[in-house]
Write a protein that binds this ligand. Sequence first.
Ligand code: SF4
Length: 473
Amino acid sequence: MAYIQGEPRNQTSLFPTSIEDLVPEDHLVRVIDAYIARLDLQMLGFDKARPKATGRPPYNPADLLKLYVYGYFFQIRSSRRLEAECQRNVEVMWLLNRLTPDFKTIADFRRDNGIAFAATCRAFVQFCRTAGLVKGDLVAIDGSKFKAVASNRRYVSSKHLKRDLEKLDQRIARYLSTLDEMDQEDGADEINRTAVKAALANLQSRRIDNLTSQALMETMGITQMVCGEDEARMTRAPQGTFIGYNVQSAVDAEHGLVVHHDVVQDSDDRRQLAPMAIATAQVLEQPTLTVTADAGYSNGEHFQACDEVGITAIVPINRGNRAAGGTAPLAQDDFKYDPETDTYECPAGQTLTLTQLNKGTRIYHAQATACGSCALKGACTKAQRRGLKRHVHEPAFERMAKRLKAHPEMMGRRRSIVEHPFGNLKQWALGTGRFLLRQMQGARTEMALAVTSYNLKRAFNILGARRLLEVIA
Ligand code: SF4
């Protein structure tokens, strides 16, 4: 029996097939094309959005933007691979009207339009809002660490430099004493002496480099630096320690769309709740907003800041052990605070008064004599007297505790809202979760493109191509 046969390669046709015939009516590229056609690229800040009257015509930024949105959608991020796609991929040929920009033009466009990509990402969020895909009732905030373009070997810190300097000094001292011993020996081998001197010179040059780096970092007021990627920071993540950036996202609960994101150097999420929540409320143009995040965002100052601007944050409280007198089974909640007298009353009826103020923490202690004769002391403290810490924003913690009690389901909801976008952004849009572009601006550019593609994918999956095209029109 014969095999299924294709069409002969040299077959001609009376009515040749056009590229238009090869792209289905409901294909994603038609959505990308229609959406980017309606954008005001000049207002978004794209370079060459208005062509000059003279000189060689440039590529239309709309075409290059379409190429990048398509590329990030299909995990094609490198400019050389995008160049290749322009020459062999029928969908890209359709999207770009068979234009074939070279990789340098493609790479330069991404490098020069970072701010415009961020504006495009925001514009798509606004489009989703008008299309009814974003409700803004509940937003979950989460952070994830993405690798920068640098290996751990490029990392230096003041601590490491000081430790290396100590080791270098010890080795230099050892070589100097070896040379002294050789000088005292009459028949010392000249070859060995030359080798020791060369090793010593090498160590002394490394010592000078070390001292120069320390002085430079001190002048710049920094304690850590990554050579070649000086804005990235050493970050800790479940997969280990690496050089990277902390990507923050605010995800709308309705359809899992990322309504706001940011790339920050600080790897600690504890300082991100208020800035992310306030920026999200601005994007959504809402006076009030409910946000949720995990315990890594627990911070009294940020709880207070959210309360002050009308944002309802629901975040598990993570405060560690608050007893100033050591670990104790009697928890702080067993002590009653009196705001009028600014004192605590312990379960034994004794009063704990304010004894110390330390960087926004108020410390209260009971009388040592009272604790010494107390029947509950074994369960209360191992110290001479029981102490308690009260945060300067304690009322904000108390309000948070009440909200958590009223919404026990919120943590489960938070997980289901944020896990999908981050999993997708890391594995789908950014491949291995590593940026291709250097520095914060490069990382921000890539995230803006990845988030735009992710949101486009969500909108495409939710509405379908035909409905999305209708909304865009
Ligand atoms: S040990 Fe001190 S603080 Fe603790 S219950 Fe007894 S009196 Fe109160």
